[in-house]
Design a protein around this ligand. Structure first.
Ligand SMILES: [Zn+2]
Length: 433
């Protein structure tokens, strides 16, 4: 089933026309209400009238997270405050929060794109949806909540924390859909297995987001939790979850491109990249009222696919984001993503998918240690067996990454579990300059 057949199966030409019309309007609104953006456009001699169609999008200046921080708390809002009905905020690891705002229409738009997403994954009004995303200033919980209510499913707003209680509610309420981060889904899977409750669970669909996860992780979760696992993407600066989502084909995430226009640029020189090329994902919000950010730099790495999908939708697909520009570690000149290590570990029977990377610099040379947690059933006191396994994992990681690493095997249950976004890297190198 397709939630919004007219929009989601529109021809490319019709979509470009719709985007062009909405972009012109958004550029005018932003230019006339946001001083910092007007200054950026003036600085390159660009006027709103120069943006005639979606083909002119790349002429516009970027918006970054720093712009939002500088505008803290309300400097990027395009409408009078009496029209704002909600704010969310995301905590940065350093400095100020970034604040995002919504009008009533923006909240309706959010429910609409979330309803499209839920429908893509096969969720209907007959489902019972257990939402373990955080409720509060984080957009995950409330975003999921409005979307599942919009499709008419029973929504269970559990939020994060207290895994024991989560387990009981999943079981007792007969949840058929689970929404949380993929790392928490894996943790819940482990807990359900340990409690011997797997056979009594009614779960059939998982909608997981808020952090990048691999295909191997998907297979692991699907096999062990007996569900169909879908990736959902979003960020508060654009709207929250629902910017894009995977349909049943699981070959890219359909973007709600009538509202959020994606582009891919090379993070090194900001040049626009073509279909299929990997780079930094950029979004322009062309219909939002309170905060229509233009050319927002997500820092996520992805690529775009414009071909019609087998599910019948024509909307552009973004490939599953495999990391962030900021997560990218440069080790001895080689680009490394923590997700590559996760992929290797998920292919090794004796290893758990839980790991920690410790990056350091010794005598001016970058070093990388991978701490890998063993599965309890393969944990052994025999030194030679452990050493053989360690050598095997080291070789596999080295051949994937193309650099030498030190692997340390650690006992089961010793790597920290996370209820939200997992922290998998400790970088002790400090700043280079
Ligand atoms: Zn599709």
């Amino acid at each position: 089933m397709i939630w919004n057949e007219r929009i989601e199966t529109m021809s490319r030409d019709e979509m470009r026309e719709l985007q062009s019309k909405n972009l012109r309007s958004a550029v005018n609104r932003v230019y006339n209400s946001i001083e910092s953006y007007r200054k950026k456009m003036d600085a390159i001699g660009l006027e709103p009238g120069d943006i005639k169609s979606i083909d002119d999008l790349s002429k516009l200046p970027f918006t970054t997270k720093d712009d939002l921080r500088d505008a803290y708390p309300y400097g990027m809002i395009c409408v009078p405050m009496e029209e704002v009905v909600r704010v969310h905020a995301s905590s940065g690891t350093t400095g100020k929060q970034t604040v995002v705002a919504y009008t009533k229409n923006d909240i309706d738009l959010w429910s609409e794109v979330m309803a499209r997403s839920m429908t893509m994954t096969g969720v209907t009004k007959h489902d019972i949806v257990h939402v373990s995303y955080g409720y509060g200033l984080f957009t995950g919980g409330l975003g999921a909540h409005y979307g599942t209510e919009c499709v008419g499913a029973v929504t269970v707003p559990v939020s994060t924390g207290n895994t024991k209680r989560q387990l009981q509610l999943l079981h007792d309420f007969g949840a058929t859909v689970l929404m949380c981060t993929p790392s928490y889904a894996l943790y819940l899977t482990e807990m359900i297995e340990n409690a011997g409750l797997m056979d009594e669970m009614k779960l059939r669909v998982g909608v997981f987001g808020a952090e990048p996860w691999t295909e191997e992780m998907r297979h692991t979760i699907e096999e062990r939790l007996h569900i169909s696992a879908h990736d959902i993407y979003g960020l508060s600066e654009i709207i929250g979850p629902g910017v894009s989502c995977e349909c049943k084909m699981k070959n890219g995430l359909h973007v709600a491109e009538d509202h959020f226009v994606p582009e891919i640029v090379d993070p090194a020189d900001d040049s626009l990249l073509g279909e299929g090329e990997s780079g930094e994902l950029i979004f322009s919000c062309i219909t939002k009222e309170a905060m229509p950010l233009l050319r927002y730099r997500t820092r996520d790495i992805s690529s775009l696919n414009l071909q019609k999908c087998e599910c019948g939708r024509t909307s552009v697909r973004m490939m599953k984001p495999m990391g962030r520009v900021d997560d990218m570690l440069i080790i001895r000149g080689v680009n490394i993503f923590p997700s590559q290590i996760e992929s290797v570990l998920l292919g090794i029977t004796e290893a758990s998918p839980f790991f920690m990377l410790i990056v350091d610099r010794v005598n001016n040379l970058d070093t990388i240690e991978v701490q890998v947690e063993m599965k309890p059933e393969f944990f052994s006191d025999e030194v030679r067996a452990i050493e053989r396994l360690r050598t095997r994992i080291t070789k596999e990681i080295e051949s994937t990454l193309g650099i030498t690493v030190t692997v340390t095997l650690v006992e089961p249950q010793t790597i920290q579990r996370f209820e939200g976004k997992a922290v998998r890297v400790i970088d002790r190198r400090g700043k280079l300059y």
